[in-house]
Design a protein around this ligand. Structure first.
Ligand code: PEP
Length: 258
């Protein structure tokens, strides 16, 4: 089977990462603008909203195919972890996805490859779909160690996760230098890194599983560059920050995945 046929086996997933934006009222307004734009989408559409907007978002997407996710999840089930939210709590409120290991969490909140692995396992065990992020820093790309860094992140993120569980994970390749900077990886750079990730997953779980795993690109994806990025064989969707905050822009990206 050709590589492009393999792409057809995978679910394209366009996910918005709202970061620390939108009150409940603003969330309801953007979702109502997004609904007509997402209807008939030929891909899965997910919005990852702040914890405080989860309940509003879950209510607002009822009757549509839009799914709701969180932007982090703690790895312990419960206990003395002030300020944290467990996977069971997210399930309870109706979230279906959780972004894990976003570079902003790695950079500002002490996230490590080990905690990314713990969170990915906690999400899977609770029945949430993890969107697990990997990606190199600008200095690492310039030093020519992108492959080494991304390979290590993938290996550690999937430690002690069996094949059946691994197949449920979405991996987001997000080169840190492209996040929120307006600087996008070229379609070729995105393809190369997503292919590298798939090759590493193949080494861990075999071809059938690695061919079935959705790998997104994230980093300044926008209505202008989305189609070219999403056309690449191993780019199965996008994790979108800034452009997911405007329904029209996000709608164009959803259309580009169709
Ligand atoms: C992100 O937050 O995951 C992201 C890719 O942000 P942006 O699209 O704004 O670069």
């Amino acid at each position: 089977m050709g590589e492009n046929m393999n792409k057809n086996l995978r679910k394209a997933v366009i996910a918005g990462n709202w970061k620390m934006n939108k009150t409940r009222g603003e969330a309801a307004a953007i979702i109502s603008a997004l609904k007509p734009l997402a209807s008939g989408a030929n891909c899965d559409v997910v919005i990852c909203v702040p914890f405080t907007a989860l309940e509003t978002a879950v209510e607002a997407v009822k009757g549509t195919a839009i799914k709701v996710g969180a932007q982090n999840v703690h790895f312990e089930a419960n206990g003395a972890y002030t300020g944290e939210i467990s996977a069971a709590m997210l399930k309870d409120i109706g979230a279906e996805y959780a972004i894990i290991g976003h570079s902003e969490r790695r950079q500002y909140f002490g996230e490590t490859d080990e905690t990314v692995n713990l969170r990915t396992k906690a999400a899977l065990n609770a029945g949430l779909i993890p969107i697990t992020c990997v990606g190199e820093l600008l200095s690492e790309r310039q030093a020519g160690i992108t492959e080494e860094v991304v390979s290590r992140q993938v290996k550690l993120a999937f430690a002690e996760i069996d094949a059946a569980q691994a197949a449920k994970v979405i991996v987001a390749y997000e080169p840190v230098w492209a996040i929120g900077t307006g600087e996008t990886a070229t379609a070729e750079q995105a393809q190369d890194a997503c292919k590298l990730i798939r090759d590493r997953l193949c080494g861990l779980y075999g071809k059938e599983i690695s061919d079935s795993i959705t790998i997104q690109y994230g980093g300044s994806m926008n209505p202008k560059n989305a189609a070219e990025l999403l056309a690449k064989t191993d780019v199965d969707g996008g994790l979108i920050g800034g452009a997911s905050l405007k329904a029209e822009d996000f709608g164009v990206i959803i259309g580009a995945a169709n």
